[in-house]
Design a binder for this molecule. Structure first.
Ligand SMILES: NC(=O)c1ccc[n+]([C@@H]2O[C@H](COP(=O)([O-])OP(=O)(O)OC[C@H]3O[C@@H](n4cnc5c(N)ncnc54)[C@H](O)[C@@H]3O)[C@@H](O)[C@H]2O)c1
Length: 317
């Protein structure tokens, strides 16, 4: 298939590109390299350095390439930036998506996979692990934009017969993850410990996250690509019917994560505790029964194995 991956030079997007190419797909990447890196680009992908907020340039890519499916990973991903500058966040995360939808309509592209976020949509959930139907309580403008994006996609399905699936990721970690930014705790800790430096833990460190290895996330994208039409033939009433949580279903505390990394990277570095960050979710894990049932998705890389692979990558930097 001829697939456009937006954000294909970024952390998750570049692993998705690699998985597609390994499975014989032809891939076109659109990325403005704002946080993505040229080194992440698969040499067998065709690359356009383009900002998705520039409609004319994006339209030109659709005009040149015979795109059959858009896998949309390009985004401003830092919730704190979205709090400080919500209009910038909306320009990239909402206007960018609308540009893609308009191009899809004009060039008759009927398939989209969208990178959403379970962590930010469900917020402080009553039920953990949280299923797709959990109440949506995004706090940051970034989370609001992810939720609104799913609604725009749902609307496009009704109005333009676009088949889509939203993948609501947990905390993705693994090689190529930059240290900067919110939620990059694995990458940040691993890099600091590798340099013999101490890490900062906000609050008491007992807050939990669901850490899913990036290779498993790329695999989930492949599974959805194969089943997109079939999944869209099911009756749908809400955005939840076209969304899949992609995580492990397990909670790991920041303290436990620190100890695991410290065991892999013995160093002088220690944990320093500072006051908790305002608005930080206390517990988070995603229920993945639906992805298991309808996609055949079961995480294949354990946390210990995934951390070892991440540490090996950090040590080569
Ligand atoms: N990493 C996670 O834990 C996680 C969790 C939930 C959801 N997601 C989502 O997955 C996607 C990928 O996240 P990531 O962690 O790989 O982040 P990332 O920053 O590495 O990737 C985003 C990519 O988009 C590109 N980009 C940003 N603005 C752009 C623009 N205006 N035009 C073109 N390209 C642009 C960046 O250069 C980068 O390559 C995002 O949509 C993010 O919201 C990630």
């Amino acid at each position: 298939m001829n697939i456009l991956v937006t954000g294909g030079a970024g952390f998750v997007g570049s692993h998705v590109v690699d998985a597609y190419i390994a499975h014989g797909h032809h891939v076109v990447v659109v990325d403005d390299l704002s946080t993505g890196r040229r080194e992440n680009l698969n040499p067998n992908a065709k690359f356009y350095q383009i900002d998705i907020t520039d409609f004319d340039e994006l339209r030109e890519v659709f005009a040149q390439e015979q795109i059959e499916l858009v896998n949309h990973h390009a985004a401003q991903i830092d919730p704190r930036i979205s709090v400080d500058n919500p209009s910038f966040d909306a320009r990239v995360n909402l206007l960018g998506l609308l540009h893609i939808l308009e191009c899809c309509k004009e060039f008759s592209v009927r398939k989209i996979i969208f990178a959403s976020s379970g962590g930010v949509l469900y917020g402080d959930a009553e039920r953990i692990p949280s299923p797709e139907e959990s109440p949506k309580r995004p706090i940051s403008p970034y989370g609001v934009a992810k939720l609104a994006s799913e609604h725009y996609l749902f609307s496009a399905k009704q109005t333009h017969q676009i088949e889509y699936i939203a993948l609501r990721y947990a905390n993705v970690y693994g090689p190529r993850q930059p240290a900067k930014g919110d939620g990059n705790v694995v990458s940040t800790f691993a890099r600091l410990l590798a340099q013999g430096q101490s890490v900062t833990i906000f609050g008491d460190g007992e807050q939990t996250r669901d850490f899913v290895f990036v290779g498993d996330v790329a695999w989930a994208n492949l599974l959805v690509t194969e089943r997109l039409s079939e999944l869209n033939r099911r009756p749908v009433r809400s955005i939840d019917d076209l969304a899949f949580n992609i995580g492990t279903g397990h909670e790991t505390s920041v303290n436990r994560l620190f100890l695991k990394l410290k065991a892999l990277l013995p160093s002088e570095g220690n944990a320093r505790y500072t006051p908790p960050r305002v608005g930080e979710v206390r517990r988070n894990a995603l229920e993945i029964a639906k992805a298991q049932r309808l996609l055949g998705f079961v995480p294949r890389v354990s946390l210990d194995e995934g951390l070892q692979r991440t540490v090996r990558w950090v040590q080569q930097l």
